[in-house]
Design a protein around this ligand. Structure first.
Ligand SMILES: *[C@@H]1O[C@H](CO)[C@@H](O)[C@H](O)[C@H]1NC(C)=O
Ligand SMILES: *[C@@H]1O[C@H](CO)[C@@H](O)[C@H](O)[C@H]1NC(C)=O
Ligand SMILES: *[C@@H]1O[C@H](CO)[C@@H](O)[C@H](O)[C@H]1NC(C)=O
Ligand SMILES: *[C@@H]1O[C@H](CO)[C@@H](O)[C@H](O)[C@H]1NC(C)=O
Length: 341
């Protein structure tokens, strides 16, 4: 059992590193004083940025020659090629541990050294007859125009993988603490109780570096138990009331976490990109955060990172690393997979 768990690993994500890239300013001359992190939801690299290869051939993206069979064990199975027609995605593709294992390895056999990344269409078909088309598709650049502009101006990291082949919260826990404390799924009781591991926030606090969490509705960072301490209550700021002012006044702390709206309503649509949430809302939010930072006096000393928690069930062509991945804390995940890297 443990062996199975060891083999499965991670899925490619999107990361933009936004820094001023003017060649005449050397890195030594511009120390980063503010790091801003925005973690969007449940979309793969190829789905969001794969076709950006058209803008920059150095991006390890797609050209439409990538495909998945509908049935990985049938040599005569029909194939679905990766398309450029992504639009509104509903229903939500699968991204539980078991679903991701099938997407990456094509089956539950995780002993293969280089995962073939061939089970996305098959796993999607097991959920819904139209879903293989959804997961084997990416946005054409002008459909995600904010990313199109950012990709044209800033760095794109195309070798960034989700930490755990699992859903949102285990991956979100990794972002600020380097571990999910063994979690391989979202377990409401565990989340309510809070996770006990040390986080970057305590490290920053000890080092005298300020931090702040700007949230729109629910701060997922409260799933770290330590952040519930009374002394950190002043670190949480309602985004809509404070972010623009703090940026304008040069008052952003050293480590800034932006938490977008994860919940959806007619008046306040979710803007986290999680299917079926409209990517348009996510694009508008990224644009707002970018423009706010860009016009801040702190911009010249800011590093802005945009990433995704996990791939959300969408196809990626780059094989995920699955061997020799060190465990952050030797905690073994729960049954039935006992995931331990
Ligand atoms: C950034 O701009 C401020 C003034 O707006 C200046 O004091 C500071 O030295 C600049 N930092 C760098 C790294 O250029
Ligand atoms: C996939 O193909 C195999 C071999 O042809 C067959 O046994 C199996 O039933 C197929 N699976 C599905 C879901 O059609
Ligand atoms: C996008 O896909 C369509 C249909 O599959 C194809 O005809 C077209 O050439 C593609 N466009 C680009 C720029 O690849
Ligand atoms: C990512 O997808 C799955 C299920 O659709 C969910 O469990 C996870 O929490 C997602 N994120 C959000 C914010 O819904």
């Amino acid at each position: 059992m443990a062996k199975t768990a060891k083999a499965a690993a991670t899925v490619l994500l999107l990361l933009l590193v936004l820094t001023d890239t003017h060649p005449y300013r050397t890195s030594a001359a511009r120390p980063i004083k503010t790091v801003v992190i925005l973690v969007m939801e449940n979309r793969s690299f190829d789905h969001m940025l794969g076709w950006m290869k058209k803008l920059n051939p150095e991006i390890n993206g797609v050209d439409g020659s990538e495909s998945n069979p509908l049935n990985t064990t049938d040599p005569k199975s029909s194939k679905i090629f990766f398309g450029n027609q992504s639009h509104f995605v509903d229903p939500d593709p699968g991204h539980s541990f078991q679903a991701i294992r099938e997407q990456i390895f094509g089956s539950a056999d995780t002993s293969i050294d280089k995962p073939p990344m061939n089970g996305f269409a098959q796993q999607a078909l097991s959920m819904d007859p139209n879903m293989p088309q959804s997961v084997m598709n990416g946005f054409f650049p002008e459909k995600v125009a904010v990313y199109e502009s950012l990709v044209s101006e800033f760095a794109v990291v195309d070798r960034w993988f989700a930490s755990v082949p699992a859903s949102t919260q285990p991956n979100r826990l990794y972002v600020h603490s380097g571990t999910s404390h063994g979690a391989t799924s979202n377990v409401p009781a565990q989340l309510a109780k809070g996770f006990p591991q040390r986080t970057i926030f305590e490290d920053l606090d000890d080092a005298g570096i300020s931090f702040g969490i700007y949230f729109q509705n629910i701060p997922a960072t409260l799933f770290y138990r330590n952040l519930r301490k009374l002394k950190y209550v002043t670190k949480f700021h309602p985004y809509d009331l404070t972010f623009k002012n703090d940026a304008k006044n040069g008052k952003l702390p050293g480590y800034v976490v932006i938490e977008q709206r994860y919940t959806d309503s007619k008046i306040e649509p979710a803007n986290d990109d999680h299917p079926s949430h409209d990517v348009y809302q996510g694009q508008m939010f990224v644009k707002e955060v970018y423009e706010t930072l860009r016009s801040s006096p702190q911009w010249n000393e800011t590093l802005f990172l945009i990433t995704y928690d996990e791939h959300g069930g969408f196809y990626d062509h780059v094989p995920t690393p699955n061997h020799g991945i060190p465990s952050p804390d030797d905690i073994v995940g729960p049954e039935p997979v006992f995931f331990q890297f």
